[in-house]
Design a protein around this ligand. Structure first.
Ligand code: ZN
Ligand code: ZN
Ligand code: ZN
Length: 433
């Protein structure tokens, strides 16, 4: 490799924003000023949200997720700051138990999630397979056993996968029930509710170690018109919390074979107006989940193409069984519409990681557009237009990926150093006076 090739690779990596596996496009470029036409190829960032796939793109995604959540809480990026005074809740909806799993309780001990309807537990300390159904260990948070069932045979894998597959539908039914109850409270029908008040939300799915999805939801009550409008005075945080509680305990979703899916018993509701620190804590919490894969490894980062691939690639026995169960359930004609094969790497969860109602705040698309406009404004030279087609992934020189990850690591280190220095800096004359 000569000096010119090396310089070209460095330039390519920089232009792709230090992306590890950029998308390669090629096509005709037209210089808008001179009319000159030329063939060109370019690499654009992959925009993958998962840190194990692309450190640089996931860092950008994490920042965008932070802004998305934060602007809905306190305003910004086109959302008025008035929303900060509206009732806002942080709600966590959980999955029911599908069998006891190893866990770390607040006191440090492991008592598997207990489901009183579980007859096997009621029978005694051993399950029908002769395995102990209690665990006296104090697991460390790094313990591989965490989230794994006490008895693999007793764990209801089908139930767990199907629950994940219906979690989004269950949420849709829940938000409808919340809006219906608010309409009843206001004495109007559901259609007329938006003339009185609106409820906006952002939800993020978190895959627990036991392989079931939890939904974290930011709910905000707004007035009927533009977001600057105050909600009616009767619509307080306390009332909203009561309505959510009722809706969550009554909501259900039905499967194709008549199964009824409901939320787990654990429901957490926090009033976000109670502490200003929540306005930074909650966006950080959401952003943290946004860049994770199902289990935090590469094994479950992508769709599987065969049953054998699951058996070979996924080391964790619990994760493997969940993925295989999803794959096998797809063979049942009644369950075909769930596309469980396609979602086997998410243990059946078919929903998006982050979803929101339209008016909660800005969108990922808007944030990306703003960034692209900012970057193109900084690029010198004549504007160009072009039509491109997909040519593949990655750099021609495989060292491009290494280079990108090194550049990104250095950039992040410098950025973090700068942030620390800023926090440590003595107050300026203006601040001190
Ligand atoms: Zn990337
Ligand atoms: Zn245990
Ligand atoms: Zn058992």
């Amino acid at each position: 490799m000569n000096a010119a090739d090396r310089a070209k690779l460095v330039r390519e990596v920089e232009l792709a924003g230090n992306c590890s596996h950029p998308i390669r496009l090629s096509g005709e470029m037209v210089n808008v000023t001179t009319g000159e036409v030329g063939m060109s190829s370019l690499r654009i960032a992959c925009k993958d949200r998962r840190a194990v796939i692309c450190p640089s793109c996931s860092y950008t995604y994490k920042a965008d997720a932070w802004i998305l959540v934060s602007s809905g809480l306190v305003g910004g990026k086109g959302t008025p700051t008035d929303v900060a005074s509206h009732p806002r809740l942080f709600v966590t909806l959980t999955a029911p138990s599908f069998g006891p799993v190893h866990t770390v309780k607040t006191g440090g001990g492991c008592v598997a999630l207990y489901n009183p309807r579980d007859e096997l537990l009621a029978r005694g300390i051993l399950c029908v397979h002769g395995r102990a159904l209690t665990c006296r260990l104090r697991h460390s948070v790094r313990d591989n056993d965490l989230g794994r069932p006490l008895c693999f045979e007793c764990f209801d894998y089908e139930g767990a996968v199907l629950w994940n597959a219906h979690a989004s539908l269950l949420w849709n039914n829940t938000i409808q029930a919340i809006r219906r109850t608010l309409a009843e409270t206001a004495g109007v029908n559901q259609k007329q509710l938006k003339e009185v008040a609106q409820v906006h939300y952002l939800k993020v799915a978190e895959m627990q170690r036991r392989g079931l999805v939890h939904l974290h939801i930011i709910l905000r009550a707004d007035g009927p018109g533009p977001l600057e409008d105050e909600p009616p005075s009767w619509l307080t945080s306390d009332l909203l919390a009561m309505v959510v509680k009722r809706a969550a305990s009554h909501a259900s979703a039905f499967g194709a074979r008549g199964e009824r899916f409901v939320w787990g018993k654990r429901l957490d509701i926090q009033d976000l107006a109670s502490g200003p620190s929540d306005n930074t804590k909650v966006p950080s919490y959401v952003a943290k989940y946004a860049t994770k894969t199902t289990d935090g490894t590469r094994d479950l980062a992508r769709r599987f193409h065969s049953r054998r691939q699951i058996a070979v690639v996924v080391d964790d026995p619990h994760a493997q069984r969940l993925a295989l169960t999803a794959w096998d359930l797809d063979l049942l004609p009644a369950l075909e519409p769930l596309h469980l094969k396609r979602h086997a790497h998410n243990f059946g969860y078919t929903g998006q990681l982050i979803t929101k109602s339209r008016s909660y705040s800005t969108t990922f698309g808007e944030l990306r557009k703003a960034r692209a406009e900012f970057m193109s404004a900084r690029n010198e030279g004549d504007p160009v237009e072009g039509t491109f087609r997909y040519e593949g992934r990655g750099y021609d020189d495989p060292r491009g990926t290494q280079l990108a990850e090194m550049f990104f690591a250095m950039k992040r280190e410098l950025r973090e150093e700068a942030a620390v220095a800023k926090r440590m800096a003595p107050p300026t004359a203006l601040e001190a006076s």
